[in-house]
Ligand binder design. Structure first.
Ligand code: ATP
Ligand code: LTN
Length: 336
Protein backbone atom coordinates (compact mmCIF):
# COMPACT_ATOMS: atom_id res chain seq x y z
CA UNK A 1 0.00 0.00 0.00
CA UNK A 2 1.47 3.37 -1.03
CA UNK A 3 1.01 5.08 2.29
CA UNK A 4 1.82 8.73 2.46
CA UNK A 5 1.54 10.80 5.59
CA UNK A 6 -1.36 12.93 4.47
CA UNK A 7 -3.59 10.39 2.76
CA UNK A 8 -6.83 9.76 4.63
CA UNK A 9 -8.06 6.25 5.32
CA UNK A 10 -11.20 4.81 3.78
CA UNK A 11 -12.89 1.72 5.18
CA UNK A 12 -15.82 -0.15 3.71
CA UNK A 13 -17.34 -3.60 3.85
CA UNK A 14 -19.99 -5.72 2.22
CA UNK A 15 -21.63 -8.85 3.58
CA UNK A 16 -20.92 -12.07 1.69
CA UNK A 17 -24.57 -13.02 1.60
CA UNK A 18 -27.41 -12.87 -0.87
CA UNK A 19 -26.92 -12.14 -4.54
CA UNK A 20 -25.18 -8.85 -5.00
CA UNK A 21 -27.13 -6.42 -7.14
CA UNK A 22 -26.46 -3.59 -9.50
CA UNK A 23 -27.35 -1.35 -6.52
CA UNK A 24 -24.39 -2.77 -4.59
CA UNK A 25 -22.15 -2.19 -7.60
CA UNK A 26 -23.23 1.33 -8.52
CA UNK A 27 -23.81 2.44 -4.92
CA UNK A 28 -20.76 0.92 -3.30
CA UNK A 29 -18.26 -1.19 -5.28
CA UNK A 30 -17.72 1.22 -8.14
CA UNK A 31 -16.81 4.04 -5.75
CA UNK A 32 -14.67 1.77 -3.61
CA UNK A 33 -12.55 1.07 -6.65
CA UNK A 34 -12.19 4.68 -7.82
CA UNK A 35 -11.29 5.96 -4.34
CA UNK A 36 -8.09 3.92 -4.33
CA UNK A 37 -6.13 6.54 -6.23
CA UNK A 38 -6.61 9.24 -3.60
CA UNK A 39 -6.92 7.35 -0.29
CA UNK A 40 -5.44 4.52 1.73
CA UNK A 41 -8.27 2.05 1.37
CA UNK A 42 -9.22 -0.89 3.56
CA UNK A 43 -11.90 -3.18 2.15
CA UNK A 44 -13.41 -5.94 4.17
CA UNK A 45 -15.65 -8.93 3.50
CA UNK A 46 -17.79 -8.66 6.63
CA UNK A 47 -18.57 -12.32 7.23
CA UNK A 48 -19.34 -11.86 10.93
CA UNK A 49 -22.14 -9.46 10.06
CA UNK A 50 -23.61 -12.15 7.82
CA UNK A 51 -24.14 -14.62 10.64
CA UNK A 52 -26.59 -12.26 12.36
CA UNK A 53 -29.13 -14.05 10.16
CA UNK A 54 -29.13 -17.81 9.66
CA UNK A 55 -26.53 -18.99 7.14
CA UNK A 56 -25.79 -22.39 5.64
CA UNK A 57 -22.06 -22.77 6.51
CA UNK A 58 -20.97 -24.15 3.12
CA UNK A 59 -22.86 -21.37 1.30
CA UNK A 60 -21.29 -18.73 3.51
CA UNK A 61 -17.82 -20.11 2.75
CA UNK A 62 -18.50 -20.09 -0.99
CA UNK A 63 -20.01 -16.60 -0.92
CA UNK A 64 -17.01 -15.25 0.98
CA UNK A 65 -14.71 -16.30 -1.87
CA UNK A 66 -17.25 -15.09 -4.44
CA UNK A 67 -17.27 -11.63 -2.88
CA UNK A 68 -13.51 -11.51 -2.57
CA UNK A 69 -13.21 -12.41 -6.28
CA UNK A 70 -15.83 -9.78 -7.08
CA UNK A 71 -13.88 -7.16 -5.13
CA UNK A 72 -10.82 -7.94 -7.20
CA UNK A 73 -12.77 -8.16 -10.46
CA UNK A 74 -14.27 -4.70 -9.94
CA UNK A 75 -10.79 -3.27 -9.56
CA UNK A 76 -10.00 -3.39 -5.86
CA UNK A 77 -6.25 -3.85 -5.95
CA UNK A 78 -4.44 -5.72 -3.15
CA UNK A 79 -1.17 -4.01 -4.01
CA UNK A 80 -2.76 -0.63 -3.27
CA UNK A 81 -5.45 -1.46 -0.69
CA UNK A 82 -5.84 -3.79 2.26
CA UNK A 83 -8.39 -6.46 1.35
CA UNK A 84 -9.36 -8.96 4.01
CA UNK A 85 -12.05 -11.03 5.73
CA UNK A 86 -13.44 -9.60 8.97
CA UNK A 87 -13.30 -12.83 11.00
CA UNK A 88 -9.54 -13.10 10.32
CA UNK A 89 -8.87 -10.08 12.51
CA UNK A 90 -10.26 -10.80 15.95
CA UNK A 91 -9.82 -7.19 17.09
CA UNK A 92 -13.15 -6.44 15.38
CA UNK A 93 -15.02 -8.66 17.83
CA UNK A 94 -12.90 -7.45 20.74
CA UNK A 95 -13.48 -3.76 20.14
CA UNK A 96 -17.18 -4.53 19.75
CA UNK A 97 -17.25 -5.69 23.35
CA UNK A 98 -15.79 -2.44 24.62
CA UNK A 99 -18.12 -0.34 22.45
CA UNK A 100 -21.10 -2.44 23.56
CA UNK A 101 -20.44 -1.17 27.02
CA UNK A 102 -20.79 2.40 25.72
CA UNK A 103 -23.90 1.80 23.59
CA UNK A 104 -27.33 2.40 25.05
CA UNK A 105 -30.10 -0.12 24.49
CA UNK A 106 -32.33 2.74 23.32
CA UNK A 107 -30.03 3.93 20.57
CA UNK A 108 -29.43 0.42 19.23
CA UNK A 109 -33.19 -0.29 19.29
CA UNK A 110 -33.84 2.74 17.13
CA UNK A 111 -31.82 1.42 14.18
CA UNK A 112 -34.09 1.07 11.16
CA UNK A 113 -32.22 -1.94 9.77
CA UNK A 114 -32.60 -3.78 13.07
CA UNK A 115 -36.32 -3.10 13.09
CA UNK A 116 -36.71 -4.22 9.48
CA UNK A 117 -34.60 -7.34 9.86
CA UNK A 118 -36.44 -8.24 13.05
CA UNK A 119 -39.65 -8.27 11.02
CA UNK A 120 -38.07 -10.30 8.20
CA UNK A 121 -36.53 -12.82 10.60
CA UNK A 122 -39.14 -12.85 13.35
CA UNK A 123 -38.13 -16.38 14.39
CA UNK A 124 -34.50 -15.37 14.96
CA UNK A 125 -34.25 -11.92 16.53
CA UNK A 126 -30.87 -12.56 18.11
CA UNK A 127 -28.51 -10.38 20.10
CA UNK A 128 -26.08 -10.30 17.14
CA UNK A 129 -28.70 -8.68 14.96
CA UNK A 130 -29.19 -6.04 17.64
CA UNK A 131 -25.45 -5.56 17.96
CA UNK A 132 -24.79 -5.39 14.21
CA UNK A 133 -24.20 -1.60 14.14
CA UNK A 134 -21.74 -1.77 17.03
CA UNK A 135 -19.67 -4.35 15.13
CA UNK A 136 -19.83 -2.04 12.13
CA UNK A 137 -18.62 0.86 14.29
CA UNK A 138 -15.69 -1.29 15.41
CA UNK A 139 -14.80 -2.13 11.80
CA UNK A 140 -14.59 1.55 11.03
CA UNK A 141 -12.99 2.90 14.21
CA UNK A 142 -10.17 0.35 14.40
CA UNK A 143 -8.45 1.85 11.38
CA UNK A 144 -8.53 5.62 12.03
CA UNK A 145 -11.00 5.83 9.20
CA UNK A 146 -11.82 9.30 7.90
CA UNK A 147 -14.33 8.37 5.19
CA UNK A 148 -16.76 5.49 4.74
CA UNK A 149 -18.23 4.86 1.27
CA UNK A 150 -21.73 3.51 1.79
CA UNK A 151 -25.20 3.60 0.30
CA UNK A 152 -27.79 5.88 1.87
CA UNK A 153 -29.34 3.02 3.83
CA UNK A 154 -26.23 2.77 6.01
CA UNK A 155 -26.17 6.41 7.05
CA UNK A 156 -27.86 5.77 10.37
CA UNK A 157 -25.29 3.12 11.24
CA UNK A 158 -22.49 5.51 10.42
CA UNK A 159 -24.10 8.10 12.67
CA UNK A 160 -23.89 5.60 15.53
CA UNK A 161 -20.21 4.97 14.77
CA UNK A 162 -19.65 8.71 15.01
CA UNK A 163 -21.55 8.94 18.27
CA UNK A 164 -19.57 6.07 19.79
CA UNK A 165 -16.26 7.59 18.68
CA UNK A 166 -17.21 10.93 20.23
CA UNK A 167 -18.50 9.29 23.40
CA UNK A 168 -15.30 7.28 23.86
CA UNK A 169 -13.10 10.30 23.13
CA UNK A 170 -15.03 12.42 25.63
CA UNK A 171 -15.12 9.75 28.35
CA UNK A 172 -11.44 8.75 28.11
CA UNK A 173 -9.30 10.94 25.84
CA UNK A 174 -9.07 11.62 22.10
CA UNK A 175 -8.58 8.19 20.52
CA UNK A 176 -10.80 7.70 17.51
CA UNK A 177 -11.14 9.77 14.37
CA UNK A 178 -14.83 10.65 13.93
CA UNK A 179 -15.61 9.20 10.48
CA UNK A 180 -17.64 10.88 7.74
CA UNK A 181 -19.95 9.07 5.33
CA UNK A 182 -19.08 9.14 1.64
CA UNK A 183 -22.33 8.80 -0.27
CA UNK A 184 -22.35 9.14 -4.03
CA UNK A 185 -24.49 12.09 -5.19
CA UNK A 186 -25.82 9.94 -8.00
CA UNK A 187 -26.26 6.23 -7.31
CA UNK A 188 -26.42 6.34 -3.51
CA UNK A 189 -29.80 4.67 -3.76
CA UNK A 190 -30.57 2.57 -6.81
CA UNK A 191 -34.23 1.66 -6.72
CA UNK A 192 -36.04 -1.62 -7.24
CA UNK A 193 -37.08 -2.29 -10.84
CA UNK A 194 -40.38 -3.72 -9.64
CA UNK A 195 -41.17 -0.94 -7.18
CA UNK A 196 -39.11 2.18 -7.85
CA UNK A 197 -40.02 3.77 -4.53
CA UNK A 198 -38.14 0.96 -2.74
CA UNK A 199 -34.38 0.35 -2.64
CA UNK A 200 -32.98 -2.37 -4.90
CA UNK A 201 -31.98 -4.93 -2.32
CA UNK A 202 -30.14 -8.21 -2.52
CA UNK A 203 -32.56 -9.74 -0.05
CA UNK A 204 -35.67 -8.83 -2.07
CA UNK A 205 -37.67 -12.01 -2.71
CA UNK A 206 -38.88 -10.74 -6.07
CA UNK A 207 -36.12 -11.70 -8.54
CA UNK A 208 -37.36 -9.16 -11.08
CA UNK A 209 -36.82 -6.32 -8.64
CA UNK A 210 -33.02 -6.49 -8.91
CA UNK A 211 -30.36 -6.97 -11.53
CA UNK A 212 -27.92 -9.40 -9.97
CA UNK A 213 -24.25 -9.03 -10.74
CA UNK A 214 -24.35 -12.64 -11.97
CA UNK A 215 -27.25 -12.09 -14.40
CA UNK A 216 -26.46 -12.86 -18.04
CA UNK A 217 -27.27 -10.56 -20.95
CA UNK A 218 -30.67 -12.09 -21.75
CA UNK A 219 -31.86 -11.81 -18.18
CA UNK A 220 -30.67 -8.20 -17.91
CA UNK A 221 -32.55 -7.26 -21.08
CA UNK A 222 -35.70 -9.01 -19.84
CA UNK A 223 -35.56 -7.38 -16.39
CA UNK A 224 -34.92 -3.87 -17.71
CA UNK A 225 -37.73 -4.22 -20.26
CA UNK A 226 -40.11 -5.27 -17.49
CA UNK A 227 -39.02 -2.46 -15.17
CA UNK A 228 -41.97 -0.51 -13.83
CA UNK A 229 -42.26 2.95 -15.41
CA UNK A 230 -45.01 5.55 -15.72
CA UNK A 231 -47.47 5.90 -18.58
CA UNK A 232 -45.94 9.10 -19.88
CA UNK A 233 -43.24 8.72 -22.54
CA UNK A 234 -40.66 11.43 -21.88
CA UNK A 235 -37.22 10.42 -20.68
CA UNK A 236 -36.71 12.96 -17.96
CA UNK A 237 -35.28 12.76 -14.45
CA UNK A 238 -37.94 13.94 -12.02
CA UNK A 239 -39.34 13.12 -8.60
CA UNK A 240 -42.70 12.27 -10.14
CA UNK A 241 -41.12 9.71 -12.50
CA UNK A 242 -39.40 7.32 -10.10
CA UNK A 243 -39.05 4.38 -12.49
CA UNK A 244 -37.62 6.30 -15.44
CA UNK A 245 -35.43 8.39 -13.14
CA UNK A 246 -33.95 5.22 -11.71
CA UNK A 247 -33.18 3.90 -15.20
CA UNK A 248 -31.63 7.25 -16.13
CA UNK A 249 -29.36 7.02 -13.08
CA UNK A 250 -28.41 3.45 -13.98
CA UNK A 251 -27.65 4.44 -17.57
CA UNK A 252 -25.75 7.51 -16.45
CA UNK A 253 -23.51 5.55 -14.09
CA UNK A 254 -22.89 2.66 -16.43
CA UNK A 255 -22.19 4.82 -19.47
CA UNK A 256 -20.27 7.58 -17.68
CA UNK A 257 -22.63 10.27 -19.04
CA UNK A 258 -24.27 12.91 -16.87
CA UNK A 259 -28.03 12.89 -16.23
CA UNK A 260 -28.38 15.97 -18.46
CA UNK A 261 -26.49 14.26 -21.29
CA UNK A 262 -28.69 11.18 -21.00
CA UNK A 263 -31.89 13.27 -21.13
CA UNK A 264 -30.56 15.05 -24.20
CA UNK A 265 -29.50 11.83 -25.92
CA UNK A 266 -32.97 10.32 -25.54
CA UNK A 267 -35.05 13.42 -26.22
CA UNK A 268 -37.91 12.28 -28.44
CA UNK A 269 -37.08 8.55 -27.97
CA UNK A 270 -39.56 6.10 -26.54
CA UNK A 271 -39.25 3.94 -23.43
CA UNK A 272 -38.57 0.80 -25.50
CA UNK A 273 -35.49 2.24 -27.19
CA UNK A 274 -34.27 3.78 -23.94
CA UNK A 275 -34.70 0.54 -22.00
CA UNK A 276 -32.69 -1.39 -24.61
CA UNK A 277 -29.88 1.18 -24.29
CA UNK A 278 -29.97 0.88 -20.48
CA UNK A 279 -29.73 -2.91 -20.72
CA UNK A 280 -26.85 -2.70 -23.23
CA UNK A 281 -24.85 -0.31 -21.05
CA UNK A 282 -25.36 -2.47 -17.95
CA UNK A 283 -24.29 -5.58 -19.88
CA UNK A 284 -21.19 -3.80 -21.19
CA UNK A 285 -20.25 -2.85 -17.63
CA UNK A 286 -20.99 -6.19 -15.96
CA UNK A 287 -19.82 -8.77 -18.44
CA UNK A 288 -16.03 -8.12 -18.14
CA UNK A 289 -16.45 -8.14 -14.34
CA UNK A 290 -18.27 -11.47 -14.48
CA UNK A 291 -15.55 -13.01 -16.64
CA UNK A 292 -12.77 -11.80 -14.38
CA UNK A 293 -14.57 -13.02 -11.27
CA UNK A 294 -14.96 -16.46 -12.82
CA UNK A 295 -11.27 -16.57 -13.74
CA UNK A 296 -10.20 -15.55 -10.24
CA UNK A 297 -12.42 -18.13 -8.57
CA UNK A 298 -10.43 -20.83 -10.33
CA UNK A 299 -7.28 -19.62 -8.60
CA UNK A 300 -7.87 -20.34 -4.91
CA UNK A 301 -4.16 -20.20 -4.15
CA UNK A 302 -4.04 -16.62 -5.33
CA UNK A 303 -7.23 -15.67 -3.46
CA UNK A 304 -5.87 -17.20 -0.25
CA UNK A 305 -2.61 -15.32 -0.68
CA UNK A 306 -4.56 -12.05 -0.99
CA UNK A 307 -6.47 -12.90 2.19
CA UNK A 308 -3.34 -13.76 4.10
CA UNK A 309 -1.53 -10.61 3.16
CA UNK A 310 -4.62 -8.48 3.84
CA UNK A 311 -5.23 -10.00 7.26
CA UNK A 312 -1.61 -9.52 8.33
CA UNK A 313 -1.67 -5.84 7.39
CA UNK A 314 -5.11 -5.22 8.92
CA UNK A 315 -4.17 -7.07 12.10
CA UNK A 316 -1.14 -4.83 12.68
CA UNK A 317 -3.22 -1.66 12.41
CA UNK A 318 -6.19 -3.01 14.38
CA UNK A 319 -4.08 -4.36 17.26
CA UNK A 320 -2.45 -1.00 17.70
CA UNK A 321 -5.85 0.70 18.14
CA UNK A 322 -7.24 -2.06 20.34
CA UNK A 323 -4.21 -1.95 22.67
CA UNK A 324 -4.72 1.79 23.07
CA UNK A 325 -8.43 1.30 23.82
CA UNK A 326 -7.82 -1.46 26.37
CA UNK A 327 -5.23 0.67 28.11
CA UNK A 328 -7.52 3.71 28.24
CA UNK A 329 -10.46 1.82 29.71
CA UNK A 330 -8.23 0.30 32.39
CA UNK A 331 -7.62 -3.25 31.16
CA UNK A 332 -4.04 -4.13 32.06
CA UNK A 333 -1.74 -5.24 29.20
CA UNK A 334 -1.16 -8.96 28.92
CA UNK A 335 2.34 -10.16 29.77
CA UNK A 336 3.09 -12.43 26.81
P1 ATP B 1 -29.85 -6.25 2.31
O1 ATP B 1 -30.95 -5.90 1.37
O2 ATP B 1 -29.72 -7.71 2.58
O3 ATP B 1 -29.80 -5.39 3.53
P2 ATP B 1 -28.12 -4.74 0.65
O4 ATP B 1 -28.53 -4.95 -0.76
O5 ATP B 1 -28.47 -3.46 1.29
O6 ATP B 1 -28.54 -5.97 1.53
P3 ATP B 1 -25.50 -4.69 1.77
O7 ATP B 1 -24.54 -5.79 1.91
O8 ATP B 1 -26.20 -4.26 3.00
O9 ATP B 1 -26.57 -4.96 0.68
O10 ATP B 1 -24.81 -3.44 1.13
C1 ATP B 1 -23.53 -3.35 0.61
C2 ATP B 1 -23.30 -1.94 0.17
O11 ATP B 1 -24.10 -1.63 -0.98
C3 ATP B 1 -23.68 -0.91 1.21
O12 ATP B 1 -22.75 0.15 1.22
C4 ATP B 1 -25.03 -0.43 0.78
O13 ATP B 1 -25.33 0.84 1.25
C5 ATP B 1 -24.87 -0.46 -0.73
N1 ATP B 1 -26.16 -0.64 -1.37
C6 ATP B 1 -27.01 -1.66 -1.20
N2 ATP B 1 -28.11 -1.52 -1.93
C7 ATP B 1 -27.95 -0.35 -2.60
C8 ATP B 1 -28.76 0.37 -3.53
N3 ATP B 1 -29.93 -0.09 -3.92
N4 ATP B 1 -28.30 1.53 -4.03
C9 ATP B 1 -27.10 2.00 -3.66
N5 ATP B 1 -26.29 1.39 -2.78
C10 ATP B 1 -26.70 0.23 -2.26
N1 LTN C 1 -23.56 -2.73 7.36
C1 LTN C 1 -22.99 -2.60 6.04
C2 LTN C 1 -21.83 -3.49 5.82
C3 LTN C 1 -20.70 -3.07 6.69
C4 LTN C 1 -19.91 -1.89 6.53
C5 LTN C 1 -18.97 -1.93 7.58
C6 LTN C 1 -19.93 -0.85 5.63
C7 LTN C 1 -20.22 -3.71 7.77
N2 LTN C 1 -19.17 -3.05 8.30
C8 LTN C 1 -18.04 -0.90 7.75
C9 LTN C 1 -19.00 0.19 5.80
C10 LTN C 1 -18.07 0.14 6.84
C11 LTN C 1 -24.07 -2.97 5.07
O1 LTN C 1 -24.99 -3.63 5.36
N3 LTN C 1 -23.93 -2.53 3.89
Amino acid sequence: METTENRQTIFSGIQPTGNLTLGNYLGALKNMSSLQSAYDCIYCVVDMHSITVTQEPSTLRKKTYDLLALYLATGLDPTRSIIFVQSHVSAHAELTWVLNCLTYMGEASRMTQYKEKSKQHADNINVGLFDYPVLMASDILLYNTALVPIGQDQKQHLELARTLAQRFNAKYSPTFIVPEPYIAKVGGKIMSLANPTKKMSKSDVNENASIYLTDDADIIVRKVKRAVTDSDSTIRHSASKAGISNLIVIYSLSSGKSIKEVEKQFEGSNYGIFKQAVADSVIAKLSPIQQEQKRLLQDKTYLDSVLKEGAIKAETLARRTLAKVYRKVGLIPRQF
